[in-house]
Design a protein around this ligand. Sequence first.
Ligand code: NAD
Length: 272
Amino acid sequence: MAEKPIPVVVIGCAGKMGREVVRAVCAAPDMVLFGAVDRSHLDEDAGELAGIGNIDVPITDNLEVTCAMVAQERQPGVVVDFTHPTGVYDRIRAAIAYGLRPVVGTTGLTPSQIDELADFADKASTGCILAPNFAIGMVLLQQACLRAAEYFDHVEIIELHHDQKADAPSGTALQTAQMLGAMGKTFNPPSVKSTEMLSGARGGELESGIRIHSLRMPGLEAHQEVIFGGLGQIYTLRHDTTDRAAYMPGVLLAIRKVLGLKSLIYGLEKIL
Ligand code: NAD
């Protein structure tokens, strides 16, 4: 007998990423869009809003009631969150409390919030996937960075995003810097004593010495450059997201994988 499709709830379904997820879930043969949550476009049909026609899923702002309805289904459901840093921590906890598995793309959670959520998911024996970037190309870039950092001691990150992004630096830039920092090296040993004549001119500095610079302006989507410097050479790695469809293979993979997990994992690279 064919398996029943995975019930998926999309929170932030009216947003740029949310609409993309609605389209991707509706096109996936093994998933069904069970619920659509947002604080805007209430009562509109999620499919109509996403441009795929009526799918009979009205947008609600009541996450708890939606989760409770999924919990009554015979099989575990997944909640996908692409919203705003404000309140995302509580939404993930609420979903786990109802036995749903969160797949979270929203960035801006603090390291201590991530630790607390990991603890909560662990105790509930529930899978949860947080990924600051669902694009496969970014995972490949980060892996290349780890290799390059074996040979280069100087590295700075420039991340460039559209002007609607609420957090800075980007979760992806932070994650990239943290991955490099976990190598235990101290980067960017100073050659001279330098003074910042304009506050922030040298970007934000992490404990590892890695610096991150954030640009925000219309016309951009999501871009990241990691620049390694060595004597007589510069090695630049760059990833550009030109369409939000780039994230969907990663999101769908996470929806499928999270059902088999019993704890929280951070980063798409852990499930590839
Ligand atoms: P957006 O502003 O277009 O959409 C956000 C949606 O969430 C809006 O419809 C808004 O009404 C809704 N929302 C906000 N707070 C809510 C709440 N409390 N309850 C219900 N709905 C709420 O933003 P976007 O471009 O779609 O990005 C959303 C998030 O995803 C951001 O944090 C962004 O950084 C992140 N993002 C992550 C990835 C990734 O690969 N992980 C990729 C792109 C964007």
